[in-house]
Design a protein around this ligand. Structure first.
Ligand SMILES: NC(=O)c1ccc[n+]([C@@H]2O[C@H](COP(=O)([O-])OP(=O)(O)OC[C@H]3O[C@@H](n4cnc5c(N)ncnc54)[C@H](OP(=O)(O)O)[C@@H]3O)[C@@H](O)[C@H]2O)c1
Length: 277
């Protein structure tokens, strides 16, 4: 679906890089099909060397003539970037914003023409083709354009369309989610170290166990509670571990973490000191 399309990425930072790497590996696009822009001159060479695509600090030239334009700058840079692009973008181009907190309406209102805008919220495991992207359509998007956008994010993992009112929740759950899981993996590995297992082996045990448990949920389609019961032998050791987790209020802590991140996601676009998703 992407073959022959020209893609522009405005803001090739951590996420932009992850997306471009995935598209080069899985999307049937070549380095000649993708062009990128960054905020500062020193990043130009760095990104060019890393990805092999043409890069500049000229957003207008980057967006001109592209079929698909991914806006991957920080939410607080979005207003100025849209001001720059306002008279360059045309309704036959498809704009995809991956910025946390930025609504399709926010983007549409800052463009002078009825440009199709899709909001997408991917996450960094996209680098290893294990990303999760929540998506929603703006006012001027056709079904065909929706499918094209979906095919971009399918190259880097799973996708799901949700109502736009749920996008801050998606941001807090799956875009921020890897950070919560790294803390869990790190903590499990620390436990292995405490029990005398080397850090390297402990990290492998923790990470592969997390990966395997997630795969069980996805492939068996069983409720996580049922899968937990399969591991928990009566009077065995797992139930003792679970009791400690419950005493430490792990469930309510995780729920509150996601709810708090969603609250922050709602206000990011208006914040000058925000740092990402
Ligand atoms: N990281 C994640 O896990 C994640 C997940 C989902 C969505 N997102 C969203 O993705 C966006 C980018 O996040 P990130 O983590 O990739 O941040 P990042 O690494 O800081 O990347 C931001 C990029 O934007 C460039 N930039 C800054 N000002 C610009 C301008 N005026 N014109 C063009 N480019 C400009 C920066 O270039 P310089 O470095 O040269 O300034 C940098 O390449 C954010 O809106 C975030 O909400 C991130």
């Amino acid at each position: 679906m992407l073959k022959g399309k020209k893609l522009a990425v405005i803001g090739v930072g951590k996420l932009g890089e992850a997306l471009i790497s995935g598209l080069l590996k899985q999307g049937g696009l070549t380095t000649g099909d993708i062009i990128g822009s960054v905020g500062h001159e020193p990043s130009v060479e760095k990104v060019n060397k890393k990805l092999g695509i043409k890069v500049s600090t000229d957003n207008r030239a980057t967006a001109k003539g592209a079929d698909l334009i991914i806006l991957a700058v920080k939410p607080q840079n979005m207003h100025n970037v849209l001001l720059e692009l306002e008279d360059v973008l045309t309704p036959d181009q498809l704009v995809i914003s991956v910025a946390a907190s930025v609504t399709t309406k926010y983007v549409e209102q800052r463009l002078s023409k009825p440009i199709p805008v899709i909001r997408a919220m991917p996450n960094t495991p996209a680098i290893y083709n294990a990303g999760m992207t929540g998506m929603c359509n703006g006012s001027h998007v056709t079904t065909e354009q929706s499918k094209v956008a979906e095919s971009i994010f399918k190259c880097i993992g799973e996708t799901v369309f949700v109502d736009e009112s749920l996008m801050d929740g998606v941001t807090a759950l799956s875009a921020s989610g890897p950070a919560y899981l790294y803390v869990i993996i790190e903590s499990l590995a620390e436990a292995g170290v405490k029990l005398g297992i080397s850090r390297e082996t402990s990290t492998l045990l923790a990470a592969q166990t997390t990966y395997g448990a997630a795969k069980m949920v996805l492939e068996s389609k069983s409720h996580p509670a049922l899968l937990k019961d399969m591991v928990t032998t009566p009077a065995g050791c797992t139930i003792d571990g679970l009791m400690e987790l419950e005493e430490g209020k792990i469930r309510v802590t995780l729920i509150k973490a996601v709810v708090k991140a969603a609250e922050r996601a709602r206000e990011l676009v208006n914040t000058q000191n925000s740092t990402g998703s």
